[in-house]
Design a protein around this ligand. Structure first.
Ligand code: DQA
Length: 146
């Protein structure tokens, strides 16, 4: 059953709104979390969220997620491209997992073309700005409805 979702955000995502607005838009991370929480609430789901600039804190949050939440939505920021610790931690989490990005990393610099997270999640949603988080909620709801 799906009743709670943890939304994790990695390095620099606390700067959303002021960071490269041409790439990431002008809305804050809080705005995106609120939109995703509203979409989740419409389906009776509760959302917890954590943003951290620390890889260790994100790894520990994934450990704590087991038995605490039913699913994880993660935007790992630049850690997406090289964090095998996050890869292994996500591998250990039993519930559904969705990778999200505001931008479309495949359309950007070469170093963003590899995700070490993609192989250990159910699927990835990229390129829709803050809507990527909302779409991830809808994907989880749809996965659990079928
Ligand atoms: C990002 C894409 C990453 O390449 C980048 O390092 C980020 C944000 C995104 O949401 O588009 O920090 O994950």
């Amino acid at each position: 059953a799906l009743s709670s979702v943890l939304i994790l955000n990695g390095p620099n995502l606390n700067l959303l709104g002021s960071r490269e607005p041409d790439v990431y838009g002008t809305a804050s991370l809080q705005n995106h979390i609120e939109s995703a929480s509203a979409a989740a609430a419409a389906h009776g789901l509760t959302v917890k969220s954590l943003q951290s600039n620390s890889e260790a804190e994100l790894v520990e949050a994934i450990h704590s997620a087991t038995g605490t939440v039913d699913a994880i939505i993660i935007n790992a920021g630049a850690l997406t491209h090289y964090s095998w610790s996050l890869h292994d931690a996500l591998r250990s989490f039993k519930g559904n997992k969705i990778e999200v990005h505001l931008s479309n990393p495949s359309a950007r610099e070469d170093f963003r073309h590899v995700s070490v997270v993609s192989g250990v999640v159910d699927g990835s949603i990229s390129g829709f700005g803050g809507l990527s988080y909302v779409l991830a909620i809808h994907a989880l709801v749809a996965l659990h409805a079928s």
